[in-house]
Design a protein around this ligand. Structure first.
Ligand code: CO
Length: 505
């Protein structure tokens, strides 16, 4: 078989596997939105059956034969051609799948399913002892996984690579170290400022149906196509790309807190705009897929924080907010609204954290993960280690483990190495946003008149349409001319919060 024919077969097979994957995604979306509780056991059966089919396809020796025929041939001579990128990434996924012993994969699936249920109860009761045996089992299996994968300098690097291909803890240490010092100082200075936002503005009565209409209108205005997407309600908001033309956002409403659902919606719409911007014709191949979790998060964070929590955004949207929620915010100015949605305050819960302290929450988790995976910190020592580190970072002590080491779902699902991608997203977002300002001109002037599509289209061309052509660090370099760097994020935070709080940094 010649390389061209082998490639056609490889891509056709990959696209079929993607169809199966998208069926599983739809079942998961339904499980988290509309499925009746009683459907849970059968849904698990459906998903496990599909997962088995997908795994079988992904580990078929046939893929190895096709890859071997194509690799090294002139057909993939240009490493940045769509063909070479697809082959490179399919090879990466195949090798990863083949290195993992099937028994380990099954054990992880079983243990994490049980652990997620146990975590929900343990967090509700703030009972770490109840979760501990589950987490011990997960850490043991993740160490086996890291050993089997044998990528990177440390076991942690092997796990990190799954979420952010090519990223290393050596690089993260270099970026996060100075960030931690600067963010701590910045948060301290802001808390000492005499100027404070009026938080009452976002805590008035906001009817859910009006919140939904306003959120959908804003998502559309920034460029999320509602004819190819939906917005529904869930407990833990997410965005699910089912396939071309069908991208689903979810949020949750609080009638006495406008900001929660609204910024959650903008965030998920940012993810959704990325998914809608992918090349539909390349769906089911790496060239039609997102680069990494970090790049995905850069898109959501940019729309949520850099666009949505910006004065120019509220200059445009406040009159619309006033006409939607009649009589509720007539006394509010765009400046007061902007300040209220940008309050900085040290707090225990990551998902409620502001733009400045959020990254400290992530760096803390990153440090904890490295200690667990690389330094063999006993799982039983997590609560004390967490609280000590939290005190060092935030000068606060969590009142209980529910507000400390039990707050996040990630570890119960085996997601070690996931957290750093949130901060990488913030870092990349600031780099992309600075570059967009340079190339597109006065973005604030555009936003204040409701013009968001120039930014959306710029992101589409520079990032979304590139699929997985570049690894995240290389994509950042390709778009901005510089490699990943935390300074633009720090510049953004100093500038924005200095102005809001009347401080000079
Ligand atoms: Co996100």
């Amino acid at each position: 078989m010649d390389a061209g024919t082998a490639y056609q077969k490889l891509i056709a097979g990959n696209k079929e596997t993607a169809v199966l994957g998208s069926c599983a995604s739809l079942l998961v979306w339904d499980e988290r939105t509309y499925m009746p509780k009683g459907g849970s056991p059968y849904r698990a059966e459906q998903l496990s059956f599909l997962a088995g089919m997908i795994h079988e396809r992904l580990t078929s020796p046939h893929i190895g034969d096709l890859l071997a025929t194509i690799e090294g041939s002139p057909f993939v001579g240009d490493p940045l051609s769509a063909e070479a990128v697809n082959v490179r990434e399919i090879r990466r996924g195949y090798d990863r799948q083949m290195k993992l012993p099937p028994d380990l994969v099954k054990a992880l699936a079983r243990v994490t399913t049980l652990a997620q249920g146990a975590w929900v109860d343990a967090r509700a009761a703030s009972d770490f002892a109840a979760f501990r045996p589950h987490l011990e089992e997960i850490v043991k299996l993740k160490l086996e996984e890291a050993a089997a994968l044998q990528t990177g300098e440390t076991p942690y690097d092997a796990l990190l690579d799954d979420y952010e291909p090519g990223e290393t803890s050596a690089n993260l240490d270099r970026v996060f170290g100075p960030m931690k010092t600067e963010l701590t100082a910045l948060a301290g200075a802001i808390e000492g400022a005499s100027r404070k936002p009026d938080m009452g503005i976002v805590q008035r009565q906001y009817a859910t149906d009006l919140q939904q209409a306003f959120g959908e209108a804003a998502a559309s205005a920034i460029g999320f196509d509602m004819t190819k997407g939906r917005l529904d309600v869930t407990t833990h908001p997410f965005c699910s790309g089912i396939g071309p033309g069908d991208i689903r956002l979810t949020t949750r409403y609080d009638e006495e807190n406008f900001a929660q659902a609204f910024f959650g919606t903008l965030h998920e719409a940012g993810h959704g705009i990325y998914e809608q911007g992918l090349d539909a014709a390349a769906f089911g191949t790496p060239m039609g897929d997102a680069v990494s979790l970090g790049i995905h998060e850069s898109q959501s964070r940019m729309w949520e924080n850099m666009v949505g929590r910006n004065l120019s955004f509220w200059t445009h949207f406040l009159p619309k907010l006033q006409s939607t929620f009649k009589g509720t915010v007539d006394d509010v100015s765009p400046e007061a609204m902007t300040f209220a949605v940008n309050r900085v305050e040290r707090s225990f819960i990551r998902v409620e954290a502001d733009e400045v302290t959020y990254n400290l929450h992530i760096i803390l988790r990153y440090e904890m993960e490295k200690r667990l995976i690389n330094d063999k910190l006993p799982v039983g020592d997590i609560p004390d280690a967490w609280n000590e580190t939290f005190k060092e970072f935030f000068d606060l002590t969590p009142p209980d483990d529910a507000n400390g080491c039990l707050q996040d779902i990630h570890w119960s699902g085996g997601g070690f190495g996931y957290f750093p991608t949130y901060s990488l997203g913030n870092i990349y977002a600031a780099q992309f946003f600075e570059q967009a300002r340079e190339e597109l001109g006065d973005l604030d002037a555009m936003f204040s008149t409701g013009e968001f599509l120039p930014l959306r289209d710029w992101l589409r061309e520079k990032i979304h349409r590139q699929g997985m052509r570049y690894r995240s660090g290389d994509l950042v370099k390709e778009v901005t001319g510089r490699g990943p760097d935390a300074e633009p994020l720090m510049r953004h935070l100093r500038g924005k919060y200095g102005e809001l709080y009347g401080l000079s940094f």
